[in-house]
Design a protein around this ligand. Structure first.
Ligand code: ATP
Length: 875
């Protein structure tokens, strides 16, 4: 195959660069299209120009069957010409022994098959391709093929059938490329005309009718409402969650909101940077030291990966010399290198150093998420599902390995691949490197595809997993309710159903996982066989020594493992990010009630509490409190009465700052509670709630929870004051008795008295009693009233009570109805008013008449003269 020197060099150069350019262009253009496609399909991307979305999107005709099949046929034709050309070289080698295809031509054919093969697969696997990467790649291809064909023609002075066939194929390929470009350009023009006709080239992608493309409703987000098509990037797997439960939709909504704020998926990924301080030990010298040790070990391992198989090759070479001498030095070096690279060598050091790094991340993620959850406001805690929350934190902790993984696994494996590519070239030739590159790219490509395929399944799997945990948790936590309604079987069925859903999701996910893994292993085996065949052939021809074959065989393991890791790591990183989306969402949920910057501690001197025109609503659609104003003077007792659902507890919640007022203000000693620290504010209160909950620890510890430094004696005094001490003494374990989860081992009355003891022990500045004695009988209540008098003496106190007898001595009684204070005054004043308060009394007493024989004599003319006789002595 004689060639004139200059033309020959030009042809060689073209052979090397042409397919590489096509491949690089296609990959780059497609990567950009993938990003955009991902965002479009995920309804995430928002490129705002003049307030409108004007992102390029596939035209409506982009996915037309004729267009796609034509493109596939043309591209497949191009591949066929390449294969045909390879066959002509092979046939010639067989027909004319000793005639070999030039190396540049082989590389050209191999890389070209790979490049155009990728184009075929790209069109075939996508229902609605973005055409410009294909068109650009073919334009480039045509631009290179023409001079290649001309040079090839000029350079061949021996014209025979083989050369003619090859040149015919070359021309045919050029023609196919030109045809692809012409047809593609015509389609592109048609697309533009259609889009202009429809005026949608610059139409907002968020076509929800909102002015300037502004989203109006969650359902309207996105460029292609209602489509479940897979776009060029195959990203519907990643972005779509059709059929997932509400919480995933909620997650998507929040993701959408976040991405809208950030402007792109890069912004979305960037959000994960909030985890970096939890993963990177900026202040922990010991962990930093461990990271350095891991780095050194990894550096050494890169060398060992090459040195061990190389040493084996050296030993083989020594042996083939047949000198009859045992190669002691070579074998000793090999032994030491093998030991260092084995699991017993540097790996042990690495594993030991990894443990503190992992524990650091585990601790910081765990502690941060726990503190964050505990710091979130009541609205979050009212809505949360504990089981799901715990699972989200568990799954989020997967991130602990992310940094280590990226630095110490992903980075070295790319280095390993680069080294391998060069090393096999040195050992053999460029063909071996091409085999390696082909195996590598195919392996990673299949890995990436199966990952994309399995991401949606993974999300379903996660959702099903969390759901199973939620169902189980709810049933166990509500065991009493379940038993009251005898719904044991129902709950078991519900749980079994959730396990079935989990199993189905798991099966679907792992099937994708295993099938992908199987396909990758097949590629690896075929690659190993191809490399071995080539190596054996070269050794048999005597072009390379036997030692090189042995080195390659031993080295292949070091090639396989980074390849497996690249693909696995794509899956792993995706999985880590998917798993931790919930935790990220959690971290992004900010407490609605928080300290303002420079908030100061509250200073309570007298304890005056003033509500000034307070408005509040849990839901903007329904007002809960309307213009509530009153002042509790220092040391006064203010009672809140009224029909259920009127807003009494809400007033206390606002005072506690579980929520912020929507209008007006709440002041304690002239300090707006929004301007002081939450910590100091809540430290000032002692609360006895409607339904006190206890920890499943001893009574002693439960009461002491109110003041952690209280002595045993102080705890007992508080219990005496709350009239529960004698009762506790009757328990077999006394104060050491555990109370069961949430205090279920205590009766309602006992539970309330423990809660009262807690409030007494706390010695708060302001006392809040929310139905504190609703479950206590009248006799015990009389004892407790004395304790209350001691507790509330000199302290501003708020009492909510349905049993009106308990609040008749209050300094101020507020009658709350439908979120408003409709009456206010003392017991006597309100009786004189003869309004709602009296009506409440009447209602209650007529109930008591039936239950405890209380009689009521109401003077119709003057209700303030109401006389109440009660055998129970409640008034
Ligand atoms: N977290 C919440 N989210 C939404 N609405 C709520 C929430 N908590 C209470 N509400 C509603 O606010 C209104 C006032 O509730 P609140 O608990 O303050 O009433 P209340 O007067 O204390 O009732 P009760 O005497 O029965 O305890 C009710 O209609 C209730 O349904």
């Amino acid at each position: 195959m004689a060639r004139s020197a200059n033309d020959s060099t030009a042809l060689q150069t073209l052979h090397y660069i042409a397919p590489a350019c096509v491949l690089v262009y296609f990959c780059a253009a497609r990567a950009i299209a993938t990003c955009c496609g991902y965002l479009v399909n995920s309804r995430f991307l928002k490129i705002i120009v003049d307030g409108r979305l004007v992102l390029h999107k596939p035209s409506k005709s982009a996915g037309g069957a004729t267009r796609r099949y034509t493109a596939i046929a043309l591209l497949a034709g191009i591949c066929a010409t390449l294969v045909g050309q390879a066959i002509t070289y092979l046939a010639r080698s067989l027909a004319e022994p000793g005639t070999w295809a030039p190396q540049d031509a082989v590389v050209y054919l191999m890389v070209s098959v790979f490049a155009y093969g990728s184009l075929v697969i790209g069109v075939a696997e996508t229902s609605s391709p973005l055409w410009h990467p294909y068109l650009g790649a073919c334009l480039l291809g045509a631009a290179f093929e023409t001079p290649i064909a001309v040079l090839d023609l000029l350079l061949h002075n021996t014209k025979n059938d083989f050369v003619f066939s090859r040149l015919a194929l070359q021309l045919c390929r050029t023609a196919l490329l030109v045809a692809f470009c012409l047809i593609g350009s015509w389609h592109a023009r048609q697309d533009r005309l259609t889009q202009c006709d429809q005026g949608d080239e610059a139409a907002p992608l968020l076509s929800n009718g909102a002015p300037n493309g502004a989203p109006t409703a969650a359902k309207s987000y996105g460029a292609f409402p209602g489509t479940d098509e897979e776009y060029d990037d195959g990203s519907s797997d990643i972005g779509s969650d059709a059929g997932d439960p509400d919480e995933t939709k909620d997650l998507k909504k929040k993701q959408l909101k976040r991405v809208e704020e950030k402007g792109s998926w890069i912004g979305y990924v960037k959000e994960f940077k909030i985890f970096i301080p939890m993963l990177w030990p900026t202040k922990n010298r010991f962990v930093q030291g461990c990271l350095a040790v891991i780095g050194l070990v990894l550096f050494a391992e890169r060398f060992l990966n090459v040195l061990v198989p190389r040493q084996l090759g050296i030993i083989t070479e020594k042996l083939t010399e047949n000198t009859g001498v045992f190669p002691v030095r070579e074998v000793a070096i090999w032994g030491i290198l093998s030991y260092l690279s084995s699991r017993a060598g540097l790996s042990v050091v690495q594993n030991l150093a990894e443990l503190p790094v992992q524990q650091f991340a585990y601790k910081s993620i765990g502690a941060e998420s726990f503190a964050h959850i505990m710091g979130l406001s009541m609205d979050f805690h009212n809505d949360k599902s504990s089981g799901e929350l715990i699972r989200a934190v568990d799954q989020g902790q997967n991130l602990q390995g992310l940094l280590e993984f990226a630095l110490f696994q992903v980075a070295p494996m790319f280095i390993d691949l680069g080294i391998a590519f060069v090393y096999v070239y040195i050992l053999f030739d460029i063909y071996m490197s091409c085999i390696l590159a082909f195996v590598g790219v195919a392996y990673i490509w299949v890995g990436a595809k199966t990952t994309a395929w399995s991401v949606r399944r993974r999300r379903r799997f996660n959702t099903a997993w969390r759901n199973e945990s939620k169902v189980q948790n709810e049933a166990i936590n509500n065991w009493q309710t379940v038993s009251h309604f005898n719904r044991g079987t129902y709950e078991c069925d519900r749980y079994v159903k959730s396990i079935d859903e989990f199993n189905a999701a798991e099966m679907s996910y792992f099937m994708a996982y295993f099938i992908g893994g199987g396909a990758q292993s097949l590629i690896m085996v075929l690659g190993r066989l191809a490399a071995s065949f080539l190596a054996i052939y070269r050794v048999s021809q005597g072009t390379v020594p036997l030692g090189n074959f042995i080195t390659l065989t031993a080295y292949w393991r070091s090639i396989e493992s980074p390849l497996a890791q690249v693909s696995w790591s794509i899956r792993r990183v995706t999985q880590m990010l998917t798993d931790s989306e919930r935790l990220l969402q959690l971290f992004q949920t900010k407490a609605t009630v928080h300290d303002i910057p420079d908030a100061k501690d509250i200073s309570i001197k007298s304890g005056e509490v003033a509500f000034e025109n307070v408005d509040f609503a849990y839901d903007v659609r329904k007002s809960t409190l309307k213009s509530v104003s009153f002042t509790a003077k220092p040391g006064q007792t203010v009672a809140l009465v009224g029909e259920t659902g009127g807003g009494k507890s809400t007033i206390l919640k606002l005072l506690y700052r579980y929520y912020d007022v929507a209008g007006g203000s709440i002041k304690i000693d002239q300090q707006d509670i929004r301007e002081v620290t939450l910590d100091s504010l809540r430290n000032s209160f002692g609360m006895v709630p409607q339904d006190p909950a206890l920890f499943n620890v001893s009574i002693m510890e439960n009461v002491r929870y109110a003041r952690l430094d209280a002595t045993d004696e102080e705890v007992k005094d508080a219990c005496r004051a709350a009239a529960i001490h004698d009762k506790i003494d009757t328990f077999p374990d006394g104060y050491k008795s555990t109370v069961g989860e949430r205090g279920v081992k205590l009766s309602g009355g006992e539970l309330q008295r423990v809660a009262i003891a807690r409030a007494i022990l706390r010695q708060p500045k302001i006392v809040l009693l929310d139905e504190a004695t609703s479950m206590i009988d009248a006799e015990t209540e009389a004892t407790i009233q004395q304790a209350f008098r001691r507790l509330t003496a000199g302290r501003t106190t708020f009492i909510i009570a349905h049993r009106l007898s308990t609040i008749q001595h209050a300094d101020l009684i507020l009658v709350i109805n439908d979120g408003e204070v409709i009456e206010r005054g003392t017991h006597e004043e309100l009786f004189r008013l003869n309004g709602k308060y009296v009506a409440l009394w009447s209602k209650q007493l007529s109930k008591d008449v039936k239950t405890v024989g209380t009689t009521l004599h109401v003077d119709e003319q003057d209700p303030a003269q109401l006389e109440i006789d009660t055998t129970a002595g409640s008034t």
